[in-house]
Structures are given as C-alpha cells and as structure tokens.
Design a protein around this ligand. Sequence first.
Ligand code: MN
Length: 351
Amino acid sequence: MTGSPVPAHRRAALEEIAAALAAAGRVVLTTHVNADGDGAGAAAAVAAWLLGLGKVVHIVNPTPFPGLYRHLLPDQGIVRDPAHPETASVLRAADTVFVLDTCEPRRIGRIAGSLGRAHVLVLDHHVASDAAIAGIVLQDAAACATGELVYDLLGVAEVARPWPAAVREGIYTAIVTDTGSFRFSNTRRRAHEIAGELIEQGVDPEQVYRRIYATVPLRRVELLRYALDHLEVDDPYPITFISVERGVVERLGANADDLEGLVEHARSVEGTVIALLFRETADGATKVSLRSAGDVDVNAIARALGGGGHVKASGALVGEPLEATRTRVLAAVRAALEAAGASTRTVRAEW
Ligand SMILES: [Mn+2]
C-alpha cells in the first residue's frame, strides 16, 4: 500500500513536527473554538496515532468537543474540559502542545495562556494572519483541510499502512467535512487521491456519511425550517442571507453544530455571489458566516470585522446586536461587490 506523495514544500516542516512528536511524552492537542469536522477529525486521528506510540495524550479545546464527532475519538477519556480545575495540571504537565486547524492565539481562547513552557507545534490551512502562534508551524492554505496535513505528517513519519481505524476515519472525516463532501473549490485532485487511499485502507464512506449527515436531531430540521423562512435576497445585489435570532436558538436548544451548513442554503440560491448567515449569540453578539460563490475574497471582509478564514469561506464574531451587525456587514459586502464589478444579480431568463 503506497500513499499519495507528500508535496515537497511541506516536507521540512513536517519532519520537524514529526521529530518533536517522536521525542514528546505528554501531548495536549487543541483546535479553534467551536471545533468543526476538520479540527475534531484531525485531533482524533493524531490522538489515535500518538496513543499507539505509548504517549500520554489529551485533547483540551477552548469549547466542548462536538458531540457529532465524538465517535471518532480512540478513547472518550482523553477529552478534558478547559474550565475543569484538574485540566490546569494536564496543561502544566504537557511537554508538547499541538495546535490543529488554526494558528491564531485568539482562536484557541484560554488555551493560548497555557502554552508557556511546552514545545508548540501547529498544523493549519487557513490564510496566514499577522499574529501566528509561536512554535514549529506548518501553515499551507493549499491544503484542502488540516486533515490533509495530518495525512502528510503520518506519511513523513513513515507510519506503517494500513493505519489504525481511528486514524484513517479522523482524516477522512476532516477532508469530507471541510470540502463540503467534495463539492467546494478546495476539492482538488489530491483530496480525492487521499480519500481513495483511505478507502483502500478500510474507510467505509457510507458509514462516515451516515454518522455525520444522514441522522439529524429534530431541532436541526426545525432550525432549517426557520432559516429558510427567514432567507432574504438583497436585490439587486447578488447577496443572499439568513438571520437567526437569539430566541430561536434558545427555544430549539440548538448548538453550534446545528448551525453548520445553514449558510449553504443561501449560497445555493441562483445568482448568489455572496451568502451570509447572521446568528445572534446568547450574550447579544452576532456571528457572521461568509461564503463566496465567485471571485470576491470574503476572508478580506471577515478580517476587517475582526475574523478570518479562507478566501471563499470565512467568519467573524461581531460584538453588536444582530440588526446593527447586519446593516454594517451588508454595506461592506455591497462595497466589495461594487469594487469587483459584480454588484448585480444575474439569473437565467428561464429554467
Ligand atoms: Mn479546516
């Protein structure tokens, strides 16, 4: 069994990270707030690999490990709540902290304050920002997911194939979720190559799909019903947006997982160049998700709002109520569309 070749420009950094992990004894893995399938899958895969090498491994995320991806964990006991008093000693005892799917200190919340004496390693595929976490960093926006970089890390470390089930399923899930099930523009040939090799190793795509997408709690369907009912088109601009008020999330008992993917419904509306999701948080701030279906760089817009991400998919947390945020963001997006010469919605005359 041979893997997809590791891109040459990643090798040097991956070799350094692999050497640091080989020398590590107690490793803490972490990812950004509201971990997604990439952050959770990448962490589960790395945890399974390192546990197999006899390391002591814990996952300490700034926000709870998502229930949707708990089945990927090689051992449920490795996840620690950052607010729990005993977690401070886990962080203190770690000789190595491995940050996945972000390289920004503010995205790992209170974990950023615990990086002190440990060796810090970072794997990330977001667009570089000014304030990166200090350590051995591989940041490559050419990777479809952090899962792709984990795949390369195991390749460089020459881990014998087939890999443990939790390793290959974590990486596969990371790639499936971050490529929108192989639909987004980051779905390049290599995403399929890696997926193909993981299937050869034993991943069951239907089972992965069922666990993530084919079974949803009723509240998520109720939330979708509300969202579609509140979908708006910013005519004549090619902007489609959904707003979810705080009361709705509370009434349905919805969480961050439940909101993932909602913005895709706005993006799918014909003529949409920019899709937005506004979601009011419990403390009265507003989370904004931005998606670009064209050439407009939503990462630049998100950065101006204090957030960031990718050229075609970004987000920001704005400390203002929903309505004020929506007014401000719509103005910024309209201006970006005008600057790009894409300020009117074009639709087919007939279907
Ligand atoms: Mn990612």
